[in-house]
Every structure is written in C-alpha cells, then in structure tokens.
Design a protein around this ligand. Structure first.
Ligand SMILES: [Zn+2]
Length: 272
C-alpha cells in the first residue's frame, strides 16, 4: 500500500518506518528497496484485502494523477465486507488499476461491490497483448470520428479483449501509446453488444484524468458514450433480425444490406 497511518496521518513509506493499516489496523512495515516501488506491507502476513495486488510503477503513476485523499479509499458494503479502492473520485467513481490477470468471477465480484467502477487495464503486462491488439485495430473498421469508434470483427483473436469483453463495467486499456507529448491514448471497450464483434472508443489519457478531476466524467458517459452504445445496440438488433432501419443519410442498400448511418442526439454518427 502507498499509505499507512502514523499518528493518524496518512503517510508514505520511508526506510525503517512503522505504521498501521488504515483498513484492518494491524502493524505495517515500510518496504523501501531497489526493485519494487516504496510501499507498506503487513507484518509477517499477506495483506488484509484479498483484492489487493502488489503495486508497480504503472499503478503509482496512475494513482499519482489524483489527489492523495482520493487514493486508497476504504469501501464498505452493508454486510461489513470492505476493500481498498485504488482511487475513488469526488463523484463516487472507483478506478481500479489492474495489472494482473483476473478471472470472470473476480470481475463480477468487484463489479457488484463497487456501484460505479471503471477498470484501467495494463496492456503491457504480457508481451503478446500489444501486438495482438494492434493487429485487431489495424483490421478493424472505423464507424465514427469524434470520438473515434472502431468495430473489431474477431475479438477472440486478442486475448485481452476476450478476457474483458463480458465485463459489465467500463474497461479502459492502457498500452501507454504515446500520441502527443505527455499524452497517450486509452481504448475504452464497450461492454458486449454482439456475439461476434467488439466496439472500442479511443480516449485521451489526459482527458480521462481531467474528466474525473473536473467531475464531468458522468456527463460524458451519459451524454456521449451511452448514446453511442444505444446506437450500436439498435444496429446489432436490426442487423440480426434483418429488419429495415431508419437511415439518416443513405438509402437501404441490398447488396450491402445494412449500409447507412445512425446518429444520436449529440450529433455523433456511426457509419455502418
Ligand atoms: Zn490491513
């Protein structure tokens, strides 16, 4: 953990220091070495939170984007279960920075525990994830700009996508793609809409952070991301039942059955 309580103050680890766990109250010892980031560890036993994972530089760099008060926030359920959220924003969003593999049951347990959960997944943990992801992006089709929306036809060819596609919370992949100076792109995976396709929206990392700091993340999700998802659901439903649909700017095309465009209130249009 990054913080322990020393005289009731949240304090970062320094060599030789001792403190107490803000969650279970037991003694913590400071671990300050060359290999791992400075952290606090429970004395002689594993951490009290089974969901906790050892932190990497990647975790710390993400958490450090947010104020100390938002980091490592203890969350309680009515039955007394408690967990330490990596970050909890003023608007109640819990951000979990996930480096290691989680199985679907673990996704489900956390999605159920945190009412407003966003996953940020480390895309660089396994060597093959980034090349696989780049390949499916290259083969994907652009359905809309601003935000950039892509349709992936064979999501199971990318292990990372396959592992997260059935997660019902929002998932952002972080491949640390440097697009512009000090900014990089994240990819938002929309929760599964169709059996054979996945939909991804590119998101600036800086924007992601700023939206949480400005407390406008809810607004963007409600007014931009969910309408896009609704459009896609309409499209998939229509395409599976082979029904005619309302085309806003192109006629029904028999040879290509569902060519056309859908648009939604805020002006975003997806081309099919
Ligand atoms: Zn503890």
């Amino acid at each position: 953990m990054k913080f322990a309580l020393i005289n009731d103050k949240r304090t970062e680890a320094t060599k030789g220091a001792k403190g107490f766990c803000p969650s279970c109250g037991s003694e913590l010892v400071a671990k300050c070495g060359e290999v791992k980031v400075n952290h606090w560890a429970h004395k002689g036993s594993r951490t009290c939170d089974p969901w906790w994972e050892n932190e990497t530089d990647w975790h710390r760099s993400w958490k450090g984007q947010f104020s100390n008060d938002w980091q490592e926030v203890i969350q309680f359920a009515e039955n007394g279960e408690k967990h330490i959220a990596d970050v909890k924003t003023e608007n109640g969003w819990v951000l979990e920075f996930q480096h290691s593999y989680l199985n679907p049951e673990e996704h489900r347990a956390r999605n159920a525990f945190y009412p407003k959960l966003v996953w940020v997944v480390d895309g660089l943990r396994r060597k093959r994830d980034k090349p696989q992801f780049q390949k499916i992006i290259e083969e994907s089709r652009v359905l809309g700009e601003k935000p950039l929306l892509r349709r992936v036809n064979f999501p199971d060819e990318c292990r990372l996508l396959d592992e997260w596609l059935d997660c019902t919370a929002l998932v952002f992949f972080d491949f640390q793609e440097v697009k512009e100076l000090k900014d990089s792109a994240l990819w938002l995976l929309l929760p599964r809409i169709s059996n054979s396709e996945a939909y991804l929206i590119r998101f600036s990392r800086n924007k992601f952070i700023k939206l949480h700091q400005d407390e406008t993340f809810d607004k963007v999700i409600r007014e931009q991301i969910l309408p896009i998802r609704d459009l896609l659901i309409r499209y998939v439903r229509n395409s599976s039942t082979n029904m005619q649909y309302i085309s806003t700017n192109r006629p029904y095309n028999r040879s290509n059955r569902l060519s056309g465009a859908y648009s939604c209130d805020f002006g975003h249009q997806i081309l099919i």
